[in-house]
Design a protein around this ligand. Structure first.
Ligand code: 5RP
Length: 267
């Protein structure tokens, strides 16, 4: 890895090599998702706890204060919607010029292995990497499944992650699953855990994140389980402590309750 790419990657993984990326890109195919109707207001109190935000250029330019100092990972694939034909039919939506102009630390793009658009999304990834390499911009591949959530088992996710790594992705974001080490052990680049739909309790979130990290992930790219929680600052603080400070899921959950209760006292 050249110096510039190493430096950009270091900006978003802190000194311990771990990461807490806050995903807030959902509107690119879901529109105004619950709790993400006003992304700038949602994210402002969470910025102190996260290592980077994962966001589209439109929301970044319109809703995020350029004076903030949290690094940005730009979502650069899209072109589909939840009411359209096939979520896998994505193209690249944002140029490398724009990525540089917006001072992004990295970019993210979805691949849909096993879908009708497998070839298209994998060549999207290869071409994006070709364009980002000369500028030292890290590329995070997102192993997406569209509406087919049942695909998320270790065999399928290991296949998708390995293919993304073979094409040259700097890192891969994928879903947590049972036997997650089978995904990380066969992927030669860092693996970041994606979230998925909201869990019933914060302890469940902390438990799957902890398990994923124990089994080789470097951290998370989580959205709904943070900002759809009734107490997003507490959820974020607990994740930060779990990922960077070595708290157990139960300790992180206790910290969540402390932060939540302190906020109630102040209010
Ligand atoms: C949406 C994404 C999200 O960034 C990813 O799914 C993480 O968000 P969540 O934790 O809400 O699932 O790639 O396409």
């Amino acid at each position: 890895m050249g110096w510039g790419k190493q430096n950009r990657w270091a900006q978003i993984t802190k000194r311990d090599g771990r990461c807490f990326f806050l995903a807030m890109d959902h509107g690119y195919f879901l529109g105004p998702t619950r709790s993400l109707e006003k992304p700038g207001e949602m994210v402002a109190p969470l910025l102190p706890y996260v290592d980077a935000i994962f966001v589209t250029r439109g929301v970044l330019r319109a809703s995020i204060d350029p004076n903030m100092n949290t690094p940005v990972i730009l979502r650069v694939s899209g072109g589909t919607s939840v009411v359209g034909g096939d979520l896998a039919n994505e193209g690249v939506t944002t140029s490398v010029d724009e990525v540089i102009r917006l001072n992004a630390a990295a970019v993210g793009l979805s691949i849909f292995v096993g879908s009708d658009y497998e070839h298209q999304t994998l060549t999207n990834l290869g071409e994006l990497i070709n364009k980002c390499e000369p500028y030292g911009i890290p590329v995070m591949a997102v192993t997406a499944v569209g509406k087919e959530l049942e695909k998320r088992d270790a065999r399928y996710l290991a296949l998708s992650c390995r293919i993304a790594a073979e094409l040259g992705a700097t890192a891969v974001k994928t879903y947590w699953c049972e036997d997650f080490h089978k995904v990380t052990e066969t992927c030669p680049v860092p693996v970041v855990i994606a979230g998925g739909p909201k869990c019933d309790t914060i302890l469940e979130v902390y438990e799957f994140v902890h398990d994923g990290i124990e089994r080789g992930a470097i951290g998370v790219n989580l959205g709904r389980n943070v900002w759809q929680d009734g107490h997003p600052v507490a959820a974020a603080r607990g994740l930060q402590a779990l990922i960077h400070e070595g708290l157990t899921p139960q300790q992180a959950s206790d910290l969540y309750n402390t932060v939540k209760n302190d906020a109630a006292v102040v209010a």
